[in-house]
Design a binder for this molecule. Structure first.
Ligand code: NAD
Length: 440
């Protein structure tokens, strides 16, 4: 099938390549010329495991190409995925739908054949009503344009895997024709056993925000417990294992630490809460600001730990930060907890040096006031405290004795509860983690 994908950011680019991988002929469209130039020459504009290989393979086989032209996209296909951004609005918590509405206004008048538009962006429930209204205002007469919603659940850092083997596909449709179209698109995955849920459009919109709100709540729940652990001497790592072993609860997304960030979870829980306020849903969503607060407190607790390990003040202290990306295996630094902690330490007068495996370029562009180094030992040289803030595999394999040979003081705070505490202690380090007695 010929399919266009409008918006080739983190979601759209991987989705487009995934559609090509399962045999479709795909045209990716974006207004960002640099991004399209990179994708067209087989270079991923962001780091994501296996993405570039998938892109190059499908481009070579003629199944995917890219353009900045909406006219070309409109002429290319009669199925179009909408994958543009829905960030948090600048003035509040609500979702900023300007990219989405802008695409509809610009794209829909160019469509000359009956088409299916499939929203993939994360939106507050009810958004499709507004989009449908815009379609009817801007569509050419005599052209039937139907709207469906197919939310995306991929995780950055594992986006290719999640695209090729999703836990489920959700199809929000208003007709049997749209359902059939979506079934045909995903047929290769459905035949591999991926569950395919058909529902109405409002439910599909809400599934995504409900999923992210649940995941955020689960993470903040265990982080709230880690605050109790800090006060009582209980160990949150053992607690999460013992509680999570109950199959009704589960151990996934149940790890205490520096909390969640990125371009999705924080803005999605805020957008859902904001939607609830506007829609007068009463108190149903009042837990979400609490989830947000617990999460943000993890960052404050980490800064407080750094301060404490430096003897009560960060002024003039040399702080080595391991990690800048918001999750490992990605170079995305949107709302990165690691960079929030690094910036907060710098604001208290610390001399902060940051390392990351993949995100240094983006981080240094976004926050040029911090110092960056692509060598862990370079970042740790002369450090008064080392902060482990993004759990890249590479940090788990560090040799504590080697790091010890370059620091000023052997103090480390593992804000991801991921490093081998025993090895660091055995090498003479003062080792602390979040919610762990004596650091674990
Ligand atoms: P992004 O900012 O990386 O990508 C958005 C892209 O849309 C950009 O490349 C931008 O240039 C492009 N764009 C904006 N206006 C356009 C226009 N008029 N025409 C064509 N392209 C245009 O954002 P993202 O992370 O890819 O997220 C996109 C959507 O997917 C959001 O709603 C997000 O919540 C959702 N989502 C993201 C992820 C994720 O892990 N990133 C996962 C699931 C869902």
């Amino acid at each position: 099938m010929r399919i266009s994908v409008i918006g080739t950011g983190y979601l759209g680019a991987v989705h487009a390549a995934g559609l090509a991988e399962i045999g479709h002929e795909v045209l990716g469209m974006d207004i960002d010329q640099d991004k399209i130039a990179a994708l067209s020459s087989g270079n991923a504009p962001f780091y994501e495991d296996d993405f570039e290989d998938m892109l190059v393979r499908n481009a070579r086989d003629g199944r995917i190409r890219f353009t900045t032209s909406l006219d070309e996209a409109a002429a290319f296909a009669d199925v179009h995925f909408l994958c543009v951004g829905t960030p948090q609005s600048e003035e509040g918590n609500s979702a900023d739908l300007r990219q989405l509405k802008g695409v509809i206004r610009d794209f829909v008048p160019r469509i000359r054949k009956d088409s299916l538009l499939i929203g993939k962006s994360t939106v507050p429930v009810g958004t499709s009503d507004t989009i449908r209204q815009l379609i009817s205002e801007h569509g050419a007469s005599g052209v039937a344009i139907e709207l469906a919603w197919n939310p995306e659940f991929l995780r950055e850092g594992q986006a290719v895997h999640d695209t090729m083997a999703p836990d489920r596909i959700v199809a929000g449709v208003g007709s049997g024709t749209a359902e059939k179209r979506l079934r045909d698109i995903y047929d290769p995955l459905i035949r591999k056993g991926v569950p395919f849920f058909v529902t109405n459009i409002a439910t599909a919109e809400l599934v995504k925000m409900a999923s992210n709100s649940f995941l955020a709540t689960k993470l903040s729940f265990i982080n709230a417990m880690s605050e109790i652990c800090d006060l009582t001497g209980a160990d949150v790592v053992h607690l999460a294992e013992a509680v999570g072993e109950d199959r009704r609860i589960g151990r996934s997304y149940f790890k205490a630490g520096l909390g969640f960030g990125g371009g999705c979870l924080p803005k999605d829980i805020r957008a859902l809460y904001s939607y609830g306020q506007q829609a007068n849903v009463g108190k149903a969503l009042d837990f979400l600001p609490v989830v947000d607060e617990i999460n943000l407190r993890c960052r404050e607790r980490t800064v407080a730990a750094a301060r404490r390990l430096c003897g009560g003040s960060l002024a003039g202290a040399a702080v080595a930060v391991l990690g800048a990306a918001f999750v490992p295996n990605s170079d995305d630094i949107r709302d990165s907890p690691a960079l929030a902690v690094a910036t907060a330490c710098a604001a208290e007068g610390a001399l902060v040096r940051v390392h990351d495996v993949r995100a240094l370029q983006r981080a240094s562009q976004a926050i040029p006031t911090l110092t960056y180094d692509d060598e862990v030992l370079g970042v740790c040289e002369g450090a008064d405290v080392v902060l482990h803030l993004t759990d890249w595999r590479e940090y788990q394999d560090l040799d504590p004795a080697e790091v010890k040979s370059v620091v000023a003081r052997t103090r480390i705070f593992d804000a991801r509860n991921a490093l081998p505490a025993d090895r660091w202690r055995a090498a003479g380090w003062t080792f602390e983690g979040i919610g762990r007695p004596n650091g674990g």
